[in-house]
Ligand binder design. Structure first.
Ligand code: FA5
Length: 350
């Protein structure tokens, strides 16, 4: 085996020396990039050497391939090391700059807080828990049975028009009211029981200042051997005074819902305009807030309870409307509209 230095070694050495010198001389990332292209680019000096393999005698190709490949690797490593060094030098220079004061306070990130809807919901949960109610959570995607049929609203019943429905291809629906949980609760809990189930409901209807397609309700259900409208009203009064922390005028009207008998509508005086009328109360001075009534025997049966033994009352509070009344919000669409400026107006003490 010959120990003579091959003729091409001088070219390899010269290209290595030139490239490494240019890399060491580069003072910024842009210059280093130019050096990189000049050496390793398609027409670069190192690339040109690599391409020369084919021109050599077969016996030399192996050694030459190893040498030119080694050169390429060496140049790549030198560029990576130089790039790190330049970056570090930039950081060091910034830190050394006396105008940079690392003791100055940074920009404070915006703090989040609880949405007014969640706030009122949590308060209500506390009030009801203190009165012995369980807090339950039921699905927003419901069966037609739980949302309608179990509640004494068969397919042909005109009451289905009261709640235009978002249907899913599966035949399920987005619950139109939290009452969909009533029969679920009867199956889940041993009577006697009292429970609330708050949550989002959906209706396929056009929106205005007091109507949303997605809004919150809070259902209340009490099952016992003897319940009365008097007890129902008493609980409603406790609830409203806890929420408003002042006297609020209420009025009770007969109301029709197929799942209660008798049924009522509880209205409260409009807390946005204080009485004279506005777009929220449709210029009546009253806002429909809380339908309620005694649970219909057919619903008790659907829940597996014997109506001769058990009775119940239920209410379906319009939680979104309650939040509007509590904070004087003049348009329900602001609540879930996603405008952070609106939500930022409510802080922990509100
Ligand atoms: C119901 O949803 C019945 N499930 C309530 C019920 C429960 C009655 C238990 C009897 C016993 P209604 O469709 O009226 O009823 O809605 C109840 C409350 O939700 C209304 O009083 C109102 O405060 C609120 N509400 C109704 N529709 C909308 C809407 N589109 N946007 C905002 N709030 C609404």
């Amino acid at each position: 085996m010959s120990t003579e230095t091959p003729a091409w070694q001088a070219d390899i050495d010269a290209t290595a020396a030139a490239s490494l010198a240019a890399i060491a001389a580069a003072q910024d990332l842009a210059t280093l990039r130019e050096v990189e292209v000049a050496a390793l680019g398609r027409k670069g000096s190192v690339t040109a050497l690599t391409k020369r393999t084919g021109q050599l005698d077969k016996s030399e190709r192996r050694a030459y391939g190893a040498a030119s490949g080694g050169l390429r690797k060496q140049v790549q490593q030198a560029i990576a090391a130089r790039r790190d060094a330049i970056r570090q030098a930039t950081v060091d220079a910034e830190l050394a700059d006396l105008s940079f004061d690392e003791t100055l306070p940074g920009t404070e990130p915006a703090g989040g807080h609880v949405h007014p809807l969640s706030r009122v919901q949590l308060e209500l949960e506390e009030v009801f828990t203190s009165m012995g109610f369980a807090v339950l959570d039921y699905p927003e995607i419901e069966s037609e049975f739980d949302n309608f049929e179990a509640l004494n609203i068969p397919g042909w019943h005109p009451a289905r028009d009261m709640q235009d429905t978002f249907w899913l291809e599966s035949g399920h629906l987005l619950r139109t009211h939290t009452s969909a949980g009533q029969v679920r609760a009867m199956h889940q809990l041993e009577p006697p029981f009292r429970a609330i189930f708050p949550g989002k409901v959906y209706r396929y209807e056009s929106t205005d200042a007091s109507h949303e397609h997605t809004f919150h309700q809070l259902e209340g259900l009490m099952i016992d051997r003897h319940v009365s409208v008097g007890h129902l009203l008493d609980s409603m009064r406790t609830l409203l005074s806890a929420i408003f922390r002042r006297d609020v005028q209420v009025r009770l009207r007969p109301g029709y819902f197929p799942f209660v008998e008798p049924g009522f509508e509880l209205d409260i005086s409009c807390q946005v305009c204080g009485g004279p009328g506005c777009s929220v109360c449709k210029h009546t001075g009253w806002v429909e807030l809380l339908p309620c009534g005694l649970v219909h025997p057919n619903v008790l049966r659907a829940g597996g309870l014997d109506p001769d033994e058990w009775q119940g009352w239920a209410f379906g509070l319009g939680l979104s409307r309650l939040v509007m009344m509590r904070y004087g919000v003049s348009d329900i669409r602001l609540l879930l509209g996603g405008d952070a400026r609106f939500v930022e107006g409510f802080h922990a003490g509100a």
